[in-house]
Ligand binder design. Structure first.
Ligand SMILES: Cc1cc2nc3c(=O)[nH]c(=O)nc-3n(C[C@H](O)[C@H](O)[C@H](O)COP(=O)(O)OP(=O)(O)OC[C@H]3O[C@@H](n4cnc5c(N)ncnc54)[C@H](O)[C@@H]3O)c2cc1C
Length: 436
């Protein structure tokens, strides 16, 4: 009997799978990429507003890269993509009972309590960045949820609302489940103040991030099959067999599983996943944010508004559309209080944050309901962070795992996906596990 048809099968065409294919191409001629969806790119997903073909591409999944995301920057240069700087923040408002206004406090005592809370967060963020697990008071910085951390901080209500708004774009998960450390880690990107984390959202990629994934895969010369969810991955001593939900079979010497953690619960592994990865898959990463694109008139580009702890919690006038209206991005937590399919609810949310303006429409992608994502960017359960590390997801036999969800650095970002994909490819090339 002849050997397997492919040297490497990569399951998933997100940035991790695409980077793995691109890295492998010079060493391995017979690569197959199997993708569940009809399109490539995974949680990188750009299309026109409400599929109105004549308008520009908008990112419905991830969009920003930071100044230190060197792999993405370098790949964009190699593959002919350009970088678009983020619109500067020109105005910051916070939602109060009387409507959106600059954040001011009713009393000197409240203002002081606000400053104390921000100073505490900044100090904790920097201590965590320095590698400490406790602050100077002996309070833990890891192993507790965002809710527990905020209860300990006990800030004034306006301060809490402001932190919650920024939580939606850092942890982006139910506050009682996900790690406070993720919030502190994001604060430490810049000054330690949550509001300053936006300073590192430096660029978006043009024409789009999924174009980068497409170009990496095309340049790799890999064969690609789309619309083909994988149902099982079974390895023997000599090969790995990948079976599609629709019944097709592909064999390879090695497989890189680049689906992200949550979709893996629909794949049967033989032999089963090791205990820690299986625990991570069973529990799932908790990322449950929503991202909306809203079109409106009367809101200036560069205005940033934070909410009051419910619904749309962060709204930013991102750019001017071709028709002269403003395109805003809105974030919040995708829970039972956010009926995002209800246009009247979204419109009312917008009116709270931008009164006396004109709401023209909105669009979004439902990532938690998408069977091939089952969540947004990675947010680990606060008591299970050790099951989402690159160490926990070391290769098993002939199978390696790659995703931003388990990246050794920059997890949750496109950069992490690329680093994780390249690491998995290096493991196949060298024939030995990557160093931790
Ligand atoms: C709303 C949103 C905003 C974000 N904002 C940012 C941001 O600003 N900056 C940033 O850097 N990152 C951001 N992210 C995170 C970033 O998009 C992800 O970390 C990254 O795209 C994940 O890449 P990946 O390759 O690990 O996984 P994915 O992109 O999810 O790729 C996995 C692929 O596997 C496929 N797949 C799944 N199951 C199967 C199966 N059974 N068989 C075959 N194929 C399968 C999927 O269809 C998918 O194509 C955001 C994410 C979201 C959702």
């Amino acid at each position: 009997m002849s050997g397997p048809t492919h040297d490497v099968i990569i399951i998933g065409s997100g940035l991790a799978g695409a980077a793995a294919a691109y890295r492998l191409a010079r060493h391995t001629p017979r690569i197959l990429v199997i993708e569940a969806r009809a399109r490539l790119g995974g949680r990188a997903y750009a299309r026109s507003f409400r599929n109105e073909g004549d308008s520009e591409l908008l990112e419905y999944g991830g969009s920003w890269i930071t100044p230190w995301h060197e792999r993405i920057r370098s790949l964009c240069g190699e593959l002919g993509l350009t970088l678009r700087p983020r619109t500067p923040i020109r105005e910051r408002l916070a939602l109060r009972e009387s409507g959106p206004a600059p954040l001011v406090f009713d009393s000197e005592a409240e203002r002081m309590a606000h400053q104390r809370a921000l100073a505490r967060i900044a100090a904790d963020a920097m201590l965590l960045k320095a590698g400490l697990q406790h602050n100077e008071k002996g309070e833990p910085l890891t192993g507790l949820s965002y809710s527990q951390y905020m209860a300990r901080l006990d800030p004034p209500p306006a301060t809490r609302a402001l932190q919650d708004a920024w939580w939606t774009v850092s942890g982006g998960a139910p506050m009682a489940e996900a790690s406070a450390g993720e919030f502190l880690h994001s604060c430490a990107y810049d000054s330690g103040i949550a509001e300053d984390m936006i300073n590192v959202w430096a660029h978006t990629v043009e024409p789009s991030m999924d174009t980068l994934a497409q170009r990496m895969i095309a340049a790799s010369g890999a064969a690609v099959v789309t619309d083909s969810p994988v149902a099982s991955v079974a390895q023997s001593d000599t090969a790995v067999r990948v079976t599609l939900a629709a019944g097709g079979i592909h064999d390879a010497s090695h497989v890189i599983v680049a689906t992200g953690i949550n979709p893996m619960r629909t794949i049967a592994f033989t032999p089963p996943l090791a205990k820690l990865p299986q625990t991570a898959v069973t529990r799932g990463q908790r990322g449950r944010a929503f991202k909306l694109w809203i079109k409106a008139r009367g809101v200036p580009v560069g205005r940033l508004i934070t909410g009051d702890g419910t619904g749309v919690q962060l709204l930013f006038g991102e750019r001017t559309a071709a028709d002269g209206s403003t395109l805003l991005i809105g974030f919040g937590l995708h829970d039972e209080h956010a009926p995002l399919a209800d246009a009247a609810w979204v419109s009312a949310q917008f009116a709270r944050l931008c009164p006396n303006t004109e709401f023209l429409g909105y669009d979004w992608h439902d990532w938690p309901a998408d069977p091939h994502a089952r969540g947004t960017w990675v947010s680990t359960p606060y008591d299970l962070a050790h099951a989402f590390t690159a160490e926990a997801w070391a290769p098993q036999g002939r199978i390696a795992f790659a995703s931003s969800d388990i990246a050794p650095e920059n997890a949750g970002w496109f950069e992490g996906a690329v680093i994780s994909g390249e690491r998995a490819a290096d493991w196949v090339i060298s024939g030995s596990p990557p160093p931790h």
